[in-house]
Design a binder for this molecule. Sequence first.
Ligand code: SF4
Length: 502
Amino acid sequence: MKNVEQDKKPSRKRTGTANQARQVTSAMTKRLYIETVGCQMNMLDSELVVASLRHEGYELVATPDLADTILYNTCSVRQHAEDKIYSALGRIKDLKRQHPEKIIGVLGCMAQKDQRRIIKRAPQVDLVVGPGQLHQIPRLLNEIASGGGRKIEVSLSRLSGSREKIEQSFESYDPLRDPRMRPSPYQAFVRIMIGCDKFCTYCIVPSVRGPEQSRAPRHIESEVRQLADEGCREVTLLGQTVNSYRHRENSRDVRLADLLYRLHAIEGIDRIKFVTNYPRDMSDELLEAVRDLPKCSPYLHVPVQSGSNRILRRMKRGYTVEEYREMYCRIHATVPGAAVTSDFIVGFCGETESDFEQTVALVRESRFKNSFIFKYSTRPGTKGAERFEDDVPDVVKRRRNNELLEIQNAISEEDNQPLVGRSFEVLVEGPSKTSLRQPETGPVLQLVGRTLCDRIVVFDGTQRQIGRIIPVRIDEANAHTLFGSMVTRHVGPEVYTLNVPD
Ligand code: SF4
């Protein structure tokens, strides 16, 4: 059962004009503009929404004014991400007034969280669809275009029924893939689970993405096989807590380690990554699979969030700094040379200077490959917002953010220096940003790719190398990027020994 609302009585005048214009538009090609904010899950959702709408005859356009349907795929993890969407909606208000036939939709986490409130704040919106209902979009757009009025389609709230019913209302959305929507056709995200049951006190994900549910391994395998057939060489398995993956099959649990073995056997796929990991579920079996499977990237993103046990308790992260440290040592003992990255939230409710200093100490000690650092912002609907006061002033949050970032950047730069002079196999993604900005001047262009450890490498190459894995020697390095040159193999004259008979 879903929480479905319909508003079939928008103002008469507007409906009449809009409907006539929509009917004319629907006879022509339908043009879609989509903007995405947030995580890789959202990028994947947008890819799938576009694929399903392309099937219905839509084509993508670059700006809202060229589109008949304007969609915003939203994020609720931080206030800043929501503000961005409301500003974008504000910017197209006049466009909607001039062209009432245009359909404006808000999708994703903010849609699930705010539901009807979005329409109150932005009455130009015609469609609100939560992340568990994205498969309904083609039908809903058709209904709106034929005068069905506004549509709000969201999943059940986490407290509104049995777990089974709530799970059913968050459908995993994994239909068609569209290589044209991916930044590189050689790399793809593959969702292996949805939702989260960890309920960290700062996080809105368990409410907006629903209960933790793992997809059947055979569905994941067939999707990866299809991607390989389309020329994809690297897959990144996605889950909010990807290493918590568990699916019951033939009376036994299939865990992420088992899944990696199965995907590793798929021909055409050369690299497998997975994000994001939950520290408590980093099992020995998983680390051994990463060590033993050559296609598996030894890149592990395992957010710790804080170096203070008091703050971790308040965040309800479910582990202590000592337990995280033990897991971190186990990673390096099992997978030598692993590239470990982390997330941090600074300025969480009640975080003192001493708590922050403990976080600084953990960053210095752990030497993560890199860290994503965020200032805490209250998320209404979370336990953190209910129980704690957001009492760290913004100026302090900003200072802590900058300080931690500076320390992490210095570590990343230092740890990248020993890579200079070494060679790495790089999967070439395409032209670098700089090269995209410059018109082509010759056969050589600047390319960007990644090592198996997820390090970004920039080097000069040719168009033909895009999508291939090639050796690159590193000449220079900064905190975030390695700069290199292609390793060319010397081909000398071949020498044959003549067998001269005695
Ligand atoms: S583990 Fe915590 S932070 Fe991560 S998605 Fe789940 S609730 Fe949010």
